[in-house]
Every structure is written in structure tokens, then in C-alpha cells.
Design a protein around this ligand. Structure first.
Ligand code: NPG
Length: 368
């Protein structure tokens, strides 16, 4: 197919709540949204890079630069046979995976729409609905955290993940576990610990957590392997897994027993599929992470989470938790912890251009 044009929007949507992690706080969702046009169809990709380089080195600014200067010229005004062809053309650009994923995911949507199939099926997804959990930011008090858990358990979410940081970790997890002895519970440290503070993580072993996510520095797989040998609770890696090679290394070293896949962090669906293959062969369960995405990113997540290796509940909770009004229809909503996988062509949801226009800060068009 020939990609005739691209439209890159910078979008800003207020979040309904403050989301606090060990690396910072988010109150507004600011992101780039890419639309690729071909023969009357639009393929959509949401770039998950944030305003600041705190979760990952990429930002809205760096991704905009990469897209404009290096990545969009590889597709706009050109014939392209498959999303894989874009990956091959973009291979000489190092890193910048979130920027690449914006193009790759938009192409996946476009190709699935052209073929008249859902993106989930085009990727090899087999589920008709996916199990979802919820990720809860750090609350100022243990009582507040327990109340927040109560609210989400009553909404039917299949797993509760607590953001933690050294100092309040054991107190918060203990309070939640005492109030809810039977729920599937996990914690996410976002790399806030070191081998020196790992005794705090070992103190979480009695609470029956499903896993501890990304406890140590994102570049240190060896330290994770060392930590894993002293913990009963499995380690799940997020930030450390940027590619299929990272996944293979982490599994081989014994650095993790669970992997959180985020399409943006690994550069697109193609790389997510390669991780899926490696993890499935090794018997390592996967789940799909979240980056506070709006509707397009959320739909892309639901599609990949419909693959058979995604066996644990993901972070793609209901859109209405985050936004008053989403940019897609129907909005992706979970009922009793189950999110239906859209069956329409491509991402299976329509972008609401009226809503999108209201939240667009700037817009650039690219033609050959
Ligand atoms: O509900 O989408 C969601 C958020 C899930 O906790 C979540 N994401 O570290 O995984 C993370 C965290 C995150 C959010 C990371 C925003 C980066 C940006």
C-alpha cells in the first residue's frame, strides 16, 4: 500500500486522578497521536512517551523530532508491503522505540483495516475478552490505599497492583493484605530499590504477592538475577525489557519469571510478538502493561493482550477511570474485570474527531 500522508497531533487530556509512582507524578496526559492515511483509510498510533524522561529516556519532544526527521520519511509518500518492512527500514535508527512504535502500530491498524480484519486477529490473538487489573498510585496514607483498593476490588478488577517506594512499602502492603487476604496482589517499584535496600523486598515475601515488578535499576539484569535467588516472590520485569534480546537475556540469567509487555517500550507489535514467542517457549507468563493511554493506545494494548501467552491480568483498566471523555468510541470499558476485544477492522474503535479536535494542542501534516 501507499501511505499518502501523515498527521501528527500533540494532544493533552486531563486525568481524573493524580497518579504517583516512585519516579514522579502525572496529572495530565500529554502525548503524540499519529494518523497515517491511505486510500480513504486511517491507521492510528499513540506514542506513549511522556513529557519528561523519567520512566524512559524518550519524551514527547524527542519522539516528535524522531518522527518528523527520521521515521515518517520512511513511510510517507512511499509504497510499503507490511509493517515489518517499516521495522526493517527503521532498524538503523537506534533506540527511540516509543517513536518507532507510534508508526509501527499505526501501520498495523492500517493494514488490518485494509484486510478487513481486527488487529487482534491479525496479530494472532485468540481471546474474545481479556482479564484486566488495575494499577494504583502511591497514596499519602495506608488507610487511603486500603480504601482505594476496596473501591477497585468492588468494581471487579482481577488483580490489584500497588506502586511502592522504600519506606512506606511494607506498611502499605501489610495493610492491604490484611484487609483483602485473597485478592491477586502485586507491587511495582519502578526501579526504586538497590541490592542494599533489598531486605525491604524480602520483607514482602510473607504477603503472597503474585510478583514484584521492576525492583532494581533498569539496566541491571545481573542484579535482578542475584536478587531473585534471595526472594520467594517472583520478579516481573518492565523497564528492563526493551526488546526480544533483553527478554531472552533476562530469562536465561534467571532475572525474571514474569514479563510485562508494553508495545511502546519494545518498539511495536512486531517486537512484542517476538517476545511472545520467546516467553511462550520458556514458559514465562506475560501480561500487557499500561502507560495511562487514551483510547487508541488502549485499543492497541487490548489487541496484543488477546494473544495466548498473555495469561495474567494486564493494566488496561476502563477508560472512564482516567478520562471524562475519551477520543474513541465505543470507549474501552471493563465489566467485572473483563474487557471485550473489539472485533471490527483494525483497532476496532472509531476516533471521535470532534473530541480529538478539542484536546489537540498542535497538528502537523506530512506529505511527500
Ligand atoms: O493504568 O495505564 C495504567 C498505568 C499502569 O502503572 C502503570 N503504568 O510503571 O507501569 C508503570 C506505569 C507508568 C505510567 C509508566 C505512566 C509510565 C507512564
Amino acid at each position: 500500500m501507499r501511505v499518502e500522508a501523515a498527521i501528527l497531533r500533540h494532544v493533552e487530556m486531563p486525568l481524573k486522578f493524580r497518579f504517583r509512582t516512585s519516579f514522579g507524578e502525572t496529572t495530565t496526559k500529554s502525548f503524540l497521536l499519529l494518523e497515517l492515511l491511505s486510500s480513504g483509510l486511517s491507521g492510528w498510533g499513540e506514542c506513549v512517551a511522556e513529557e519528561g524522561p523519567f520512566y524512559s529516556p524518550e519524551t514527547v519532544g524527542t519522539a516528535g523530532h524522531l518522527l518528523e526527521r527520521f521515521l515518517l520519511p520512511l513511510v510517507v509518500g512511499r509504497e510499503i508491503a507490511s509493517p515489518g518492512e517499516f521495522e526493517a527500514r527503521a532498524a538503523r535508527v537506534r533506540g527511540n522505540r516509543m517513536a518507532k512504535a507510534a508508526v509501527e502500530t499505526a501501520l498495523r491498524d492500517l493494514f488490518a483495516k485494509a484486510a478487513g480484519v481486527s488487529l487482534a486477529r491479525a496479530l494472532g490473538g485468540t481471546r474474545t475478552s481479556i482479564e484486566v487489573g488495575v494499577s494504583l498510585g502511591i497514596s499519602p496514607t495506608a488507610v487511603g490505599m486500603v480504601e482505594n483498593v476496596r473501591k477497585h476490588v468492588s468494581e471487579g478488577y482481577r488483580r490489584i497492583k500497588l506502586k511502592i517506594e522504600p519506606g512506606t512499602d511494607v506498611e502499605r502492603v501489610k495493610a492491604v493484605r490484611e484487609a483483602f487476604p485473597d485478592i491477586a496482589l502485586t507491587v511495582d517499584a519502578n526501579a526504586a530499590y538497590t541490592l542494599e535496600t533489598a531486605h525491604l523486598l524480602r520483607a514482602l515475601d510473607p504477603f503472597g504477592l503474585d510478583y514484584i515488578e521492576q525492583p532494581l535499576h533498569h539496566e541491571d539484569l545481573v542484579a535482578h538475577a542475584e536478587l531473585a535467588r534471595t526472594l520467594r516472590t517472583p520478579i516481573c520485569l518492565d523497564e528492563s525489557i526493551r526488546s526480544a534480546d533483553d527478554a531472552r537475556a533476562a530469562i536465561t540469567l534467571g532475572a525474571c519469571r514474569v514479563i510485562n509487555v508494553k508495545i511502546g517500550r519494545v518498539g511495536g507489535h512486531g517486537e512484542a510478538l517476538r517476545i511472545h514467542e520467546i516467553a511462550t517457549k520458556a514458559g514465562v507468563p506475560l501480561w500487557c502493561g499500561g502507560m495511562l493511554e487514551a483510547g487508541v493506545g488502549r485499543a492497541q494494548n487490548v489487541a496484543v493482550a488477546s494473544l495466548p501467552g498473555f495469561v495474567k491480568p494486564g493494566d488496561t483498566s476502563s477508560s472512564s477511570r482516567y478520562f471524562e471523555e475519551d477520543i474513541v468510541t465505543p470507549p474501552l470499558e471493563a465489566t467485572n474485570g473483563l474487557m471485550p476485544v473489539p472485533t471490527g477492522p483494525g483497532i476496532g474503535v472509531e476516533v471521535r474527531r470532534d473530541v480529538l479536535d478539542k484536546v489537540t494542542l498542535s497538528r502537523k501534516e506530512f506529505h511527500l
